[in-house]
Ligand binder design. Structure first.
Ligand code: ZN
Length: 108
């Protein structure tokens, strides 16, 4: 019985490890911007004029998930955070679509 129980616990911790791919950025205008990486990052809902590449600092380590490199970047002026994907080779994967979504977001 104990062995079964520990197996279940292991599966739960594996599931938690997989959750690392989920977006940890929480967009909120009611809370102060906060960098609580890797647990969560509280970011203003909208970027401001200060949110240039120069002001955006990389947070934590670059992660590789399914061959895609990404990291979180936070504006040092206002705390606006984005999930930044490095350009990838495979153009059909969801990660690339998300990267393109982000690029579109930046153009607005
Ligand atoms: Zn900013």
């Amino acid at each position: 019985m104990r062995r079964i129980g520990s197996n279940i616990r292991k599966q739960i911790s594996d599931a938690k490890a997989n959750r690392i791919t989920k977006n940890i950025i929480r967009y909120s205008d009611d809370e102060q911007p906060r960098n609580d990486y890797p647990r969560c990052i509280v970011s203003p809902v909208r970027p401001s004029t200060c949110c240039s590449d120069e002001n955006r600092a990389m947070v934590g380590n670059t992660r590789v998930v399914d061959g895609f490199k990404f990291c979180y970047k936070i504006c040092q002026e206002c705390g606006h955070a984005v999930r930044f994907y490095f350009p990838a080779i495979d153009s059909t994967s969801p990660a690339v679509k998300e990267y393109r979504q982000w690029k579109r977001y930046m153009v607005q």
